[in-house]
Ligand binder design. Structure first.
Ligand code: B4P
Length: 194
């Protein structure tokens, strides 16, 4: 089973590359951002709770996200592996994920970090804000707040996974296909697929 984390700051291309990875390796995509937005669209209590945090550019509380991920994994018993996109975003979430996977005798195979400078990220997100209905991409203050959250709560995971020898950084600037090829190269070093 191949379980991988696609890691990086807001707008680094996690969602974009995850789509390609799941298609290529026949994995199940788990994007906490997408799951939270789906809850909001469905008007659930969880979605309403999450909405305030997302629109301020803050992280949604750990217990909410962890419970949601656990339910999602349990709903996919046939999965050949998962691409975790935007999860974990805190050390608490990372510890919870490790314990969840241990319960299924599984572990994270590799953490792929997309490395992109902040100014490029702001440009990408504002551009997406024009064409999408994502309110959190439409305001530069909210975007900058997402970066502050990333720096203080999520970036420490880079060291967390480096200490476990799982983290690999890949340049996230350039053509989408070129970045995807770099990711595949890194995966092939740790996982042999048929
Ligand atoms: P997410 O939905 O995870 O969104 P993201 O980090 O902003 O985007 P991503 O990196 O996936 O970028 P994408 O590929 O789409 O999170 C949204 C919010 O949900 C968070 O702020 C938080 O509030 C909440 N949340 C989610 N997970 C959570 C968790 N675990 N804990 C707590 N809260 C959580 O790419 C962005 C843009 O760049 C796109 O327009 C794309 O087309 C473009 N792009 C991609 N690759 C490119 C390339 N190579 N060159 C040029 N443009 C590129």
């Amino acid at each position: 089973m191949l379980n991988l984390i696609i890691f990086g700051p807001p707008g680094a291309g996690k969602g974009t590359q995850s789509e390609k990875l799941i298609a290529h390796f026949d994995l199940v995509h788990i994007s906490t951002g997408d799951l939270l937005r789906a809850e909001r669209t469905a008007g659930t209590e969880l979605g309403q709770q999450a909405n305030g945090f997302i629109s301020r550019g803050e992280l949604v509380p750990d217990e909410v996200v962890i419970g949601m991920v656990r339910n999602f994994i349990l709903s996919k018993p046939e999965a050949k592996g998962f691409v975790f996109d935007g999860f974990p975003r805190t050390v608490t979430q990372a510890d919870a994920l490790e314990n969840m996977l241990l319960g299924f005798k599984q572990k994270i195979g590799i953490v792929l970090g997309l490395e992109v400078k902040e100014d490029e990220l702001v440009k990408r997100l504002l551009l997406r804000g024009i064409t999408s209905d994502r309110a959190d991409d439409q305001n530069e203050d909210t975007i900058r707040n997402r970066f502050r959250e990333y720096q203080s709560k999520t970036l420490p995971l880079q060291e967390y996974y480096s200490l476990k020898n799982s983290y690999v950084g890949v340049l996230g600037i350039g053509e989408v296909e070129e970045i995807f090829n770099s990711l595949k190269t890194e995966i092939s070093k740790v996982w042999q697929f048929q």
